[in-house]
Design a protein around this ligand. Structure first.
Ligand SMILES: Cc1cc2nc3c(=O)[nH]c(=O)nc-3n(C[C@H](O)[C@H](O)[C@H](O)COP(=O)(O)OP(=O)(O)OC[C@H]3O[C@@H](n4cnc5c(N)ncnc54)[C@H](O)[C@@H]3O)c2cc1C
Length: 341
């Protein structure tokens, strides 16, 4: 790469600090490359940190450990039966499905080897478990609860999760039944005791996506990934027709960061951009989202302007919920997530 005109250069530049970014940064460090993650907002973690952190990983090591049957072929049959018929879904092409089924369990092995503590939820059925290859126990992998205080100075920079309890996602479902069942009451006691012990011992448990991102952030920092907050990418630096780096604005001047091997753009969607919503998903409102406030879609627009191919912009992932008047999202989405949770 031509390094002329760059203020600094890394092997690998990552835009956004969501789950894929942390994992990619960790991987590049594991093969000896220098990595910088540029995050626009003042908090690290993206929508991933706010999410359930539920990863669908067929044929994963925890299923084998627990004696739960699965195989590449079985999971492949399930994907064929759920997304195989889509003609407008290049993101789920047969090649990509194969790559996912091969690499996802390897990713889990890699993260575990990096010290990221993960586990399987024992009962989280596939969403179409009646279809060929569907799994009734499920293929869900999540992070173990994480003590935020292990992050030291970074603790207050991790984006909070919608679930503000010292409980795992599966525990929180049981917890919700405490008025109706003894199992729920026992869970309330267990989680209450854990919270009390945490207070006494100076721990601050975070759960779900925040536990996943907290654990990956911890591993990434340990591995030497350079993570910069308040560093929104304003544009890509293009040389000889190829993206050679990314430019941020620092101290009111453009700061160019070169990438010897490549730029990974992992900057979320456009749930907070009403203009883009009107264009691609008419009728949807930016007030309805629980995604992180950085989800403005400007990187998507910048890539489209560079001629990038896109697909399925008019589709969205969401769930139905009722929002009482006056309790719409104020931009951070926590309120909305709590109502939907
Ligand atoms: C409440 C909730 C629950 C969910 N639960 C699940 C679940 O359990 N399982 C599941 O699979 N999915 C779930 N999802 C969806 C999932 O969280 C997202 O699809 C996923 O986290 C997106 O990851 P990402 O790395 O692409 O982006 P993100 O995690 O959103 O990260 C993108 C980051 O890029 C930053 N950024 C944006 N523009 C720029 C710029 N110009 N320069 C620098 N940085 C920029 C943003 O600020 C953000 O921090 C959930 C989503 C929500 C909102």
């Amino acid at each position: 790469m031509d390094e002329a005109g760059m203020d600094e250069v890394f092997d690998f530049v990552v835009v956004g600090s969501g789950g894929g970014s942390m994992c990619a940064g960790l991987f590049m460090r594991s093969v000896g490359k220098s990595v910088v993650i540029l995050e626009k907002t003042e908090l690290v973690g993206g929508s991933t940190a706010r999410s359930g952190g539920v990863m669908w990983i067929p044929n994963n090591r925890f299923m084998a450990e627990h004696g739960v049957e699965d195989s590449f072929e079985k999971a492949s049959a399930y994907l064929d039966a759920t997304s195989g018929q889509s003609v407008d879904a290049p993101c789920a092409s047969p090649e990509r499905r194969r790559a996912y089924l091969t690499e996802a369990p390897r990713m889990v092995d890699f993260l575990v080897a990096q010290g990221v503590r993960l586990r399987r939820i024992k009962s989280w059925p596939d969403y179409y478990d009646e279809r060929p290859g569907g799994s009734v126990p499920g293929r869900t992998v999540v992070a173990e609860l994480f003590n935020l205080n292990e992050l030291g100075a970074w603790a207050r920079r991790l984006r909070p999760n919608f679930l503000q309890l010292p409980a795992t996602l599966d525990e929180s479902f049981v917890l919700g039944t405490f008025k109706q069942s003894w199992i729920g009451k026992a869970m309330l006691a267990k989680v209450g005791l854990r919270g009390l012990l945490a207070r006494l011992t100076g721990k601050h448990w975070v759960t779900a996506g925040a536990a996943l991102q907290g654990r990956m952030l911890q591993a990434a920092l340990k591995a030497g990934v350079d993570i910069r907050l308040n560093s929104g990418v304003a544009r890509f630096v293009v040389k000889n027709g190829a993206v050679a780096g990314a430019a941020i604005v620092r101290d009111e001047r453009e700061h160019r960061i070169g990438a010897r091997l490549g730029v990974l753009v992992n900057a979320g969607g456009f749930a907070h951009n009403q203009v883009m919503l009107d264009k691609y998903i008419p009728g949807a409102s930016a007030k309805w989202t629980a995604s992180n406030p950085g989800d403005m879609g400007e990187m998507l627009e910048a890539l489209i302007n560079l001629g990038a191919a896109t697909a399925q912009l008019e589709e969205m992932v969401g769930n139905q919920m009722a929002i009482p008047p006056g309790r719409e999202s104020q931009g951070d989405g926590v309120e909305l997530a709590n109502i939907g949770g």
